[in-house]
Design a protein around this ligand. Structure first.
Ligand SMILES: *[C@@H]1O[C@H](CO)[C@@H](O)[C@H](O)[C@H]1NC(C)=O
Ligand SMILES: *[C@@H]1O[C@H](CO)[C@@H](O)[C@H](O)[C@H]1NC(C)=O
Ligand SMILES: *[C@@H]1O[C@H](CO)[C@@H](O)[C@H](O)[C@H]1NC(C)=O
Length: 357
């Protein structure tokens, strides 16, 4: 196999590799879609990058949903990069290019990192739809149902609940579509992606909180109107990051009559539905290796006083670091003037920062 590959020109090789791999998060390329593209005609679906045919069909029969899904793709990218800003792998792999021939499939290798991205993507798409129902952006849905149980004294149900049920239903339809097609990729990879997507939606179900608004004379809060809302995506991403750190390595193995994913090292137990699972160990992400999806940590900022993953020791993999200074301009000596404005001065402050060698 490798011998044949050595004789092929690079571009053909890419095409070959791409046709072998199922990329089920290519829809994240939607994050490049300009905000000005108004999707109100079925032929607009063709302009959207990264969709497989059943997703494009969902687009055509559900045009108004697409703006929400594009927003979800942007949200996934931003949230992943923020959540992993203090880690060696900084979610670089999520930059899915519009041009699919430039796609590097490191999210399809079945690593812990791809587990996180699939879980976050599935959670984000359902989260965004659930919220869009509430804000009135989608005609097909509105507020979630009023809870059945009787509220405590002083509380009453009201407001507009996030429509988690609808978010989960439609979100799963869209984000799981690529894993449901027969020809794409290995079965083990597809099972892994499906499992992690489901784990992402489980994390979303756990993120339902009670939100309330006070009423009463001059903020006395004698009565509260409450509804079920979802935590922000960044909080769900933090929960999934914890699950990423304790993810379980699995193998694809015959269990009874069916091949399933089972934990590799622990005695026989089924995988739990809320844990993240992966098939391949990750590189240490210290040095650049395009094949493994590692951009390396050279020039990454590190924190000299931290003892966590962003410490200069861990981030720079023992290579050492270079200091540089940065000038911060801040508002200071602010004064309140009666009535009603504030004036501030500008102060400069020099801070020392460090980047990995
Ligand atoms: C589609 O959206 C564009 C841009 O907002 C607008 O100019 C156009 O009239 C819309 N077309 C239809 C059929 O609603
Ligand atoms: C991730 O790290 C690489 C390598 O240092 C850097 O080029 C890139 O800008 C970083 N990405 C983000 C989102 O910080
Ligand atoms: C560095 O880490 C310390 C300890 O965790 C933290 O208090 C500080 O804000 C961090 N500095 C920067 C620049 O992130």
């Amino acid at each position: 196999m490798t011998r044949i590959f050595n004789h092929l020109p690079g571009s053909l090789l890419t095409v070959l590799l791409l046709s072998q791999l199922c990329s089920s998060v290519k829809w994240l390329a939607l994050s490049h879609t300009p905000a000005s593209l108004h999707i109100n005609q079925t032929q607009h679906c063709k302009l959207l990058p990264g969709l497989i045919s059943s997703q494009a069909q969902l687009c055509r029969i559900n045009l108004e949903l697409m703006q929400t899904i594009i927003a979800a793709a942007r949200e996934v990218k931003k949230t992943c990069q923020k959540t992993f800003a203090d880690m060696r792998w900084n979610c670089s792999s999520i930059d899915i290019p519009r041009d699919s021939s430039k796609y590097t499939p490191d999210l399809d290798r079945g690593t812990r990192e791809s587990a996180f991205v699939y879980a976050l993507s599935a959670a984000a798409i359902s989260h965004t739809i659930a919220r869009a129902c509430t804000s009135g952006d989608l005609r097909m849905c509105s507020c979630g149902p009023i809870p059945g149980e009787i509220p405590e004294p002083g509380y009453r149900w009201g407001g507009c609940a996030d429509n988690l049920h609808h978010g989960l239903l439609i979100g799963a339809k869209f984000s799981d579509a690529p894993m449901k097609i027969k020809k794409s990729g290995s079965i083990a990879n597809k099972l892994m992606h499906l499992h992690n997507s489901e784990a992402g939606r489980e994390a979303l179900k756990e993120a339902v909180v009670m939100k309330c608004k006070c009423h009463g004379v001059s903020g006395s809060c004698s009565i509260r109107t409450c509804w079920r809302g979802l935590q922000d995506l960044k909080d769900i991403a933090m929960d999934l990051k914890t699950k990423y750190l304790s993810a379980t390595k699995v193998v694809h193995k015959l269990m009874g009559t069916r091949k399933q994913l089972v934990p590799k090292d622990i005695d026989i137990r089924p995988v739990r539905k809320n844990e993240l699972v992966y098939l391949q160990s990750s590189p240490d992400f210290c040095s650049k290796n395009d094949k493994l999806g590692s951009v390396g940590t050279q020039d990454r900022q590190c924190n000299k006083t931290s003892i966590g993953s962003d410490s200069c020791d861990l981030m720079c993999c023992g290579r050492g670091y270079n200091p540089y200074t940065e000038k911060l301009v801040e508002r200071c000596h602010c004064k309140y003037h009666w009535c009603c404005y504030v004036t501030c001065k500008k102060c400069e402050r020099i801070v020392e920062r460090y980047v990995c060698k």
